[in-house]
Design a protein around this ligand. Sequence first.
Ligand SMILES: *Cc1c(COP(=O)(O)O)cnc(C)c1O
Length: 428
Amino acid sequence: MKNFRPETICVQGGYTPGNGEPRQIPIVQSTTFKYATSEDMGKLFDLEANGYFYSRLQNPTCDYVAAKITALEGGTAGMLTSSGQAANFFALFNLASCGDHIVSSSSIYGGTFNLLDVTMRKMGIEVTFVSPDCTEEDLNAAFRPNTKAVFGETIANPALTVLDIEMFARAAHAHGVPLVVDNTFATPVGCRPMEWGADIVTHSTTKYMDGHGVAVGGAIVDSGNFDWMAHAEKFPGLCTPDESYHGITYAEKFGREGAFITKATAQLMRDFGCTPSPQSAFYLNLGLESLHVRMERHCENGQAVAEFLANHPKVECVHYCGLSGDPYHERAKKYLPKGSCGVVSFELKGGRSAAERFMKALKLAAIETHVADARTCCLNPATSTHRQMNDEQLKAAGVPAGLVRMSCGLESKYDLIDDIAQALEAVE
Ligand SMILES: *Cc1c(COP(=O)(O)O)cnc(C)c1O
């Protein structure tokens, strides 16, 4: 499947039925798998043979879908997790442990920021945040001898900044560590970060990949490009024997292609158990089958709404990298030539009260914390996710009181614009 185009992989990747087998992926709703002898089963436990024994670690339905996402990203191995949060935690904790350090873009999803800034710090992992617009010199200066990974988001949620993936990859590799990119908003239809040097890609599949707001989920894909053994002193977890797995050295036994995901499955999924359900994986696969068709429409609607807003007198400013005046437009042309996503954020003149009136008057766009599904929705951070902050604090955090984040769905762009136009009339 790796040689097919993304559109074909979306539809047919990951699962190829044999003669007389189901055309759609089967939902293997079973926690356990049967074996004839203890010896057969022992080989699985020792990672000597491929197969299933317990669905906390691996399940065929989940593996079909992981294989599709792996092919879409152009990687060599991948896994599903129960959420995007679990995917980012596993991807980073598979590289860094107590006493280590991570360099991350500061423009990332709030949940991931918290994971890095609070929870992983409690685990003894330090993080240095750098602006996504830093110079290469500033970026290089953020590294320490104990740095184990670099992290960023292709298109950041909610700031909509675009990451200079090539520059971040160059800095990571110059310091002998991999670049991990959260590609949730762009999806592999819009950008394949591995083509620009990213080593590991993560997803909250809850967003566009699912696309219908039905199942929370995550994914991790390894490019197979990073040479762990060449930096063995930095990555003892991959390059020295794992006593909890009969002395296996992942990088030796599974090579560049398989070491990272095998370790994440054998250790982290075993111990933390952030397991996706086969039923959820099936829903995710239904979403993936139309991802390429839907992304085109999400981008078209996002662009049309952004252009309409940019020309409206009641709008202070619009953030959307598809607009030629946007600070990230040049980067978007390079990394996202087919369009970015359907999420647009904009600031209304008149601040918090204008935003409240505007959103109340919308008929099609529902007020939700969710983004990136078929139905248009919107959020005013000042009155919801960031409501504990006063106007000054909001400004400092880059979310002014009048900011509205709108996730354009798959409806007619003309209806969306009409709805926005009538709601703007309600704003004084
Ligand atoms: C939503 C989101 C996450 C978290 O994913 P969940 O599936 O909600 O756990 C991580 N990264 C990005 C960019 C997101 O948008």
